[in-house]
Unconditional design. Structure first.
Length: 237
């Protein structure tokens, strides 16, 4: 009987082993199937669209400035700027402080070329600051006139010094006897007698260069000019 039980036990072990050997490895096959599915899934993804190229804007061309002209002696001259450096004044107190002489008066001659600019005689009507040894001083302004090309090379925004034109001038001494120049370029010369200017008309260029003393209305120091009648006790001729 014991022998029979032993034989049965051996047969049971053998049959069990055969049964396990005949079955496929489930875990391995499952992993392979999962890998295959993932691969198929990744292959089925739509390709990523490549970014559209950036379109660079074409460089814009700066507008060519309109030619600037000034009439002198009945003839028209083109104004070509070659501006020098100036101290610009937006404050009347600072302008007056930096000026050696503040006067009213008129140019008595046609300006004459001297060195790299022009000089004109200025007859003083009233002295508002400082003092001079003579009632007639000389004022220097840097510009050149080319009669051949009918052009003015302007190193300043101020128009040429015209005979009999009247101004109130803020002046600095040049260091030589009775020679002066305008303090801060356009900061230093204004129409005289005073004109009650309208800012809107000024901005619309309704005043001429001869009235303002500058080639372009935008360069006229309106804020300072509007303060002058209240600042100084002007005696009109």
């Amino acid at each position: 009987m014991y022998r029979t039980i032993s034989v049965l036990a051996i047969l049971s072990v053998v049959l069990c082993g055969c049964s396990q050997a005949g079955q496929p490895e489930a875990s391995g096959e499952s992993s392979a199937q999962q890998s295959s599915a993932e691969s198929d899934e990744s292959m089925s993804l739509e390709p990523t669209a490549s970014p559209e190229p950036t379109v660079q804007p074409e460089p814009s061309e700066e507008p060519t400035p309109e030619p600037l002209y000034y009439t002198m002696g009945g003839e028209q001259y083109e104004v070509v700027y070659s501006l020098a450096d100036f101290n610009w004044y937006g404050d009347l107190n600072a302008l007056e402080k930096d000026s050696d002489l503040v006067v009213t008066g008129r140019f008595t001659e046609d300006a004459a070329q001297e060195g790299n600019g022009y000089v004109n005689s200025f007859e003083i009507g009233q002295t508002l600051k400082g003092s001079s040894e003579s009632d007639v001083i000389r004022i220097f302004q840097r510009y050149t006139v080319n009669e051949g090309s009918k052009s003015i090379v302007a190193y300043s925004h101020l128009t040429p010094m015209a005979k009999d034109s009247e101004w109130i001038c803020f002046l600095k001494s040049s260091g030589s006897e009775d020679m002066y120049y305008c303090t801060g370029d356009t900061s230093g010369r204004y129409p005289f007698p005073f004109v009650d200017m309208d800012r809107e008309k000024l901005e619309n260029n309704e005043y001429s260069a001869d009235e303002l003393g500058v080639y372009r209305a935008e360069d006229f120091r309106y804020d300072i000019y509007s303060e002058l009648p209240e600042r100084y006790d002007i005696v009109y001729p």
